[in-house]
Ligand binder design. Structure first.
Ligand code: NAD
Length: 323
C-alpha cells in the first residue's frame, strides 16, 4: 500500500532531502512551506506554498489521511540568527504557532497519523555544556531545563506539546533532537547559515594564503552530522516503536578551529584564522548516542571529513556561480 505523507518545512534543507528520500521509497508526498526548495525543484506530488502560522492553511492541509507527518518547519538559523537576541520574539512565536496549529487541526481532522517532530540539541542545559572537552548531552539531562536560547526553550515546549498529544489523544509521535546537520543544498549565506556551510563559503572565497574570520577563540566544540545520516536516523526512528526524544547526531566532536582546518585541507588552501567577536552559543556540545544505539540498534558513524568534502564541493560551486 502506498503511504500518504505530509512534510511540513519541505522547502527547507532537511525537508527537501527528506521528500527526495520518501519519494524514492515510493510514498505519495504533500510538501508545505513558505517557499519552494531553493536549489533543486521539489519532487513532492503536491507542494503547497503556505504559512503554517495561518490556521486556515493548516486546516486545509488535513483534507486527507496522512499515514506519516514530518514536522520540520521552524523559524531558525545558525548562531548569527539564534544567539543575537534580535529574533527571539519571532523565533518563539512563529515556531510555537506552527506546532500548535499542526497538532490542533491535525488531531481534530482525525487525519494525523504517526508524527515526527524535529527538536534540537539546543534544548540541553547550558550548565552541562560549559566545558568544551566534556559536554553532557544524554537525553535525560534535559531537566532541570536551562537552554541557552529562546530557540531551545521553544523546542522544549514543543517536545512537551507533542508528548501531550500522544498522551491525551493517542497520536503516535516520534521526537529527535538533531545536532548540527549539514550538507549540500543547505543555507550557505545570508545570515541563517551554520558553521560548516559558513566556513566552506569563507574558505571558497579566500585566496590561497588568505585569512578567514572565526567567531570567538574557535576552541568551542561541536559535532556535525551529514544530511544523509540524519535522514537515515529519522526514517529508522519513524519505523521503530521508540517515541523519543532521542539524539540524532555525530559523536565526532571537533573545535571550530579544527573544523576550519579540515575544510581548508579539503580545499587545498592555506588560510590563517582571525578570531573576532561574535555570537557563540554554548562552550561545548557533542551528541551522546547511547540511547539511539540501544533503541534503534544503529548510530551514525560516517567520518566528518567525508561529509565536509561533499559540502565544500557544493558550496564552492555556488560561490563560483555567483562570480
Ligand atoms: P530550514 O530553515 O532549512 O527549514 C525550515 C523550513 O521551515 C524553511 O524552509 C522555512 O521556510 C519553513 N518555515 C518557517 N516558517 C514557516 C511557516 N510559518 N510556514 C511554513 N513554513 C515555514 O531548516 P532545517 O535545517 O531544514 O531544519 C529543519 C528542522 O530541524 C527545524 O525544525 C530545525 O529547528 C530542526 N533542527 C535543525 C538542525 C540543523 O542543524 N539543521 C539542528 C537542530 C534542529
Amino acid at each position: 500500500m502506498i503511504k500518504n505523507i505530509l512534510v511540513c518545512g519541505a522547502g527547507g534543507f532537511i525537508g527537501s532531502h527528506l521528500v527526495q528520500k520518501l519519494k524514492n521509497e515510493g510514498a505519495w508526498v504533500r510538501g508545505v512551506d513558505l517557499k519552494s526548495p531553493e536549489y533543486s525543484p521539489t519532487v513532492a506530488d503536491e507542494f503547497v506554498i503556505g504559512d503554517l502560522r495561518d490556521q486556515e492553511v493548516v486546516q486545509r492541509l488535513f483534507d486527507r489521511r496522512f499515514d506519516e507527518v514530518y514536522q520540520l518547519a521552524a523559524d531558525m538559523g545558525g548562531a548569527g540568527y539564534i544567539f543575537t537576541g534580535d529574533h527571539d520574539a519571532d523565533v518563539m512565536h512563529n515556531s510555537a504557532s506552527i506546532n500548535l496549529n499542526i497538532l490542533h487541526y491535525g488531531q481534530k481532522s482525525g487525519n494525523l497519523g504517526k508524527t515526527f517532530y524535529s527538536s534540537s540539541a539546543c534544548i540541553y542545559p547550558e550548565y552541562n555544556q560549559l566545558d568544551s572537552n566534556n559536554p553532557k548531552c544524554f537525553e535525560d539531562s534535559a531537566y532541570p531545563a536551562a537552554p541557552d536560547s529562546e530557540y531551545g526553550w521553544e523546542k522544549l515546549f514543543s517536545e512537551r506539546l507533542y508528548l501531550s498529544y500522544a498522551r491525551n489523544y493517542g497520536i503516535p509521535v516520534r521526537i529527535a533532537r538533531f545536532h548540527n546537520i549539514f550538507g549540500p543544498e543547505g543555507t550557505w549565506k545570508g545570515g541563517k547559515e551554520k558553521a560548516p556551510a559558513a566556513l566552506c563559503r569563507k574558505i571558497a572565497e579566500a585566496t590561497d594564503g588568505g585569512e578567514i574570520e572565526i567567531w570567538g577563540d574557535g576552541e568551542q566544540t561541536r559535532s556535525f552530522l551529514y544530511i544523509d545520516e540524519c535522514i537515515r536516523g529519522v526514517r529508522k526512528l519513524m519505523d521503530s516503536n521508540f517515541q523519543g526524544p532521542v539524539n540524532i547526531g555525530s559523536e565526532e566532536m571537533v573545535t571550530i578551529n579544527q573544523l576550519a582546518h579540515m575544510i581548508a585541507k579539503i580545499a587545498e588552501k592555506k588560510v590563517t584564522l582571525k578570531h573576532i567577536e561574535g555570537p557563540l552559543g554554548v562552550r561545548g556540545r557533542n551528541s551522546d548516542n547511547r540511547l539511539i544505539r540501544q533503541e534503534l540498534h544503529w548510530a551514525p558513524d560516517a567520518p566528518l571529513a567525508d561529509g565536509l568534502a561533499k559540502t565544500y564541493l557544493w558550496v564552492n560551486g555556488q560561490v563560483e556561480e555567483l562570480k
